[in-house]
Design a protein around this ligand. Structure first.
Ligand code: ADP
Ligand code: DP6
Ligand code: CO
Length: 356
């Protein structure tokens, strides 16, 4: 008897231009385009195994060892159904292929980092889910095609189908067929850029991204300004900065966009606070670090960005990594770097962090 099983792993991505707001909540179509960096180290990944078997009586998914509900019409259900539909097309063309699309699947996924804590677990999670089913079903689908399906699991997931620098183009079609991820530049175009992750808290966030952004769409006037008058120009400018490897411009736009995203969260009624005092202290530290460089006639050396949670991601060229790690350890004395060469932070304030 054959065993139909495949495993895939996907990394998180951390946005420089933030996705925040849906124009269609069912298809997950965003109110603005976004752009991110996919982290290529092993510390923040989801690994998912999918198995199809004629003896299974229903689709099931275990997340970190716990059975998750697959609600009909829900996000997991939509992704699994779309993948089965694509498998059916393959089977219709190749009648000798086993009829996997008619079998139920059991899916087992594990995140090697905190889930739902603002470290983009929904991004790596749904990217790994779609990738494992694509491998199981042997689909000849491109990353952009798979991104259309991952998007319907969690918007940010579509960007994790690519490595490197990735844009999610919002598209304009009502059916979502042009709302997909595209590569802006591969990772090896700009290998000097590193991401330093400071885990300020690994608690589950109080307001999920999904409910938070919906409330913002319904109540924030600032969001309307952002999507019409700010993001389109920033998308152009940051894409150019990446192509030109202009870190100063990349850093400036990344920090501005993180700040505006959190301003939009604050402009929501009732307001949403994702950052805490430690997050703000890290902003102050990076700001001061950059100020000293600029005053000495240099350029920006680091860029902070925060997703929907208190944890900092600091983008910086490799040449500054050691200096920044030393600085964080100095100002957060209980932080413990533990991973060579530059480390993971552990301890009060900054509880953990990795450098890629
Ligand atoms: P985060 O900031 O971690 O992305 P979100 O609120 O956006 O937080 O999403 C968290 C949700 O994403 C989880 O509650 C779960 O439903 C889903 N998720 C996380 N990891 C996985 C995974 N590996 N496989 C499937 N779904 C996942
Ligand atoms: C702040 O993709 O998690 O990380 O589509 O509802 O699942 P859903 O939301 P999600 O939102 C991510 C928001 C963000 C910014 C970003 O990743 O672009
Ligand atoms: Co998420």
């Amino acid at each position: 008897m054959s065993l139909y099983q495949a495993t895939a792993s996907a990394p998180v991505n951390i946005a420089c231009i933030k996705y925040w707001g849906k124009r269609d909540t069912k298809l997950i179509l965003p109110t603005n385009s976004s752009l991110s960096v996919t982290l290529d180290q092993d510390h923040l990944r989801s690994t998912t195994t999918s198995r199809a078997d004629p003896s299974f009586s229903e689709d099931k998914l275990w997340l970190n060892g716990k059975l998750d509900e697959i609600k009909p019409g829900g996000r997991l259900w939509t992704c699994i159904s779309e993948m089965k539909r694509m498998r059916k097309e393959v089977e219709d063309q190749k009648p000798n292929e086993p009829k996997l699309s008619a079998m139920h699947v059991h899916i087992c996924s594990h995140n090697n980092f905190p889930t739902a804590a603002g470290l983009a677990s929904s991004a790596s999670g749904f990217a790994a889910l779609v990738s494992s089913l694509a491998a199981l079903y042997k689909l000849p689908a491109s990353p952009s095609t798979l991104s259309l399906i991952a998007r319907q699991g969690s918007g940010s997931a579509c960007r994790s189908l690519f490595g490197g620098f990735v844009a999610w183009e919002m598209g304009s079609s009502p059916d979502g067929s042009d709302s997909l991820a595209v590569e802006v530049a591969p990772r090896d175009h700009w290998p000097e850029i590193h991401a330093l992750i400071c885990v300020v808290s690994d608690d589950k966030k109080g307001t999920s991204s999904t409910s938070g952004m919906q409330r913002t769409v319904e109540t924030s006037a600032l969001l309307q300004h952002r999507i019409k008058h700010v993001v389109p120009e920033r998308m152009r400018a940051i894409s150019a900065a990446i192509k030109e490897k202009n870190f100063d411009a990349f850093a400036r736009i990344t920090m501005q966009d993180s700040n505006q995203f959190h301003a939009v969260a604050l402009d929501t009624d009732p307001p949403i606070f994702y950052m805490n005092d430690v997050s703000r202290a890290i902003i102050a530290l990076v700001t001061e670090y950059n100020r000293v460089s600029v005053e000495a006639g240099g350029k920006l050396k680091a860029a902070y960005t925060y997703d929907a949670g208190p944890n900092a991601v600091i983008y910086t060229p490799q040449e500054n990594v050691k200096e920044i790690v030393d600085m964080v350890v100095k100002y957060f004395p209980q932080a413990q770097p533990f991973k060579d060469p530059f480390g993971l932070f552990k301890g009060a304030g900054v509880q953990g962090g990795v450098v890629e």
